[in-house]
Design a protein around this ligand. Sequence first.
Ligand SMILES: NC(=O)C1=CN([C@@H]2O[C@H](COP(=O)(O)OP(=O)(O)OC[C@H]3O[C@@H](n4cnc5c(N)ncnc54)[C@H](OP(=O)(O)O)[C@@H]3O)[C@@H](O)[C@H]2O)[C@@H](O)CC1
Length: 237
Amino acid sequence: MSFSRLQLQFVKLSRLSIAATQSRFHANSAFIAKSKEITKQIQQTQQNRLCHCRSRNKVSNNIDNNMLKYLNQSEAINVDLELFNEYKFSVDQLMELAGLSCAHAIAKCFPADRFGRVLVCCGPGNNGGDGLVCARHLALMGYLPVLYYPKPTPKPLYENLAHQCKRMEIESISECPSVALAAECYDLIVDALFGFSFKPPVRADFVPVVELLQQTKLPIASTAWTYPAAGMWRRAS
Ligand SMILES: NC(=O)C1=CN([C@@H]2O[C@H](COP(=O)(O)OP(=O)(O)OC[C@H]3O[C@@H](n4cnc5c(N)ncnc54)[C@H](OP(=O)(O)O)[C@@H]3O)[C@@H](O)[C@H]2O)[C@@H](O)CC1
């Protein structure tokens, strides 16, 4: 299969959504990120499938809601499996693409001049790795990301990503800020806590940050493209 067909396949499988929830806004950024290439392919092949980006700040005109599809947990797992097994992508590759795409999606929806101070909350799995990559790219794009990474994963991939953030002088905090402190210090929160391997209930290490996500009035951009994206935190305890 040609690379362009592969990309198209990827696009078809991984549609992206940014969801606006009531007065608040949650960007399912990884979904967008993973569909960036998709959008190109869609345009090239003139298929009527358009990447959807909607926020209280900006609403794309190129939206066809009938074409949007949200992946459930098993579908998302199967996309990953296909990318690994059939197309031979590596974890590092996918993580870099996901984090970079999230940073681009954030830059599109939350411009640095208004949302420059970003708290990036990273979980212990691949979704947290996406967050570390995203923070690095946000820093390169003129944001001031601050990492909250309560349970660093002792594996080379994550250690290297964290090291790169450190070398780029990205600040890291060890305590989860209160709702009030977060409102004072940040313009945006990136939720890179969990992806499709999350199993409730939330464990003790992550309760404060989940409560922050539930209670904050700051906009949240979620890197998870399936459950439990940020909107879900509002409904989950
Ligand atoms: N596959 C790939 O290469 C790539 C995948 N990407 C993205 O990553 C996501 C899937 O990644 P993932 O499988 O690592 O799962 P994820 O949910 O991030 O974390 C699992 C960790 O959370 C922990 N944990 C679980 N439940 C918990 C709880 N209640 N409270 C606290 N902790 C809990 C769990 O702990 P454990 O159960 O192992 O002890 C484990 O450490 C998915 O969205 C995909 O799109 C790409 O973007 C990049 C490349």
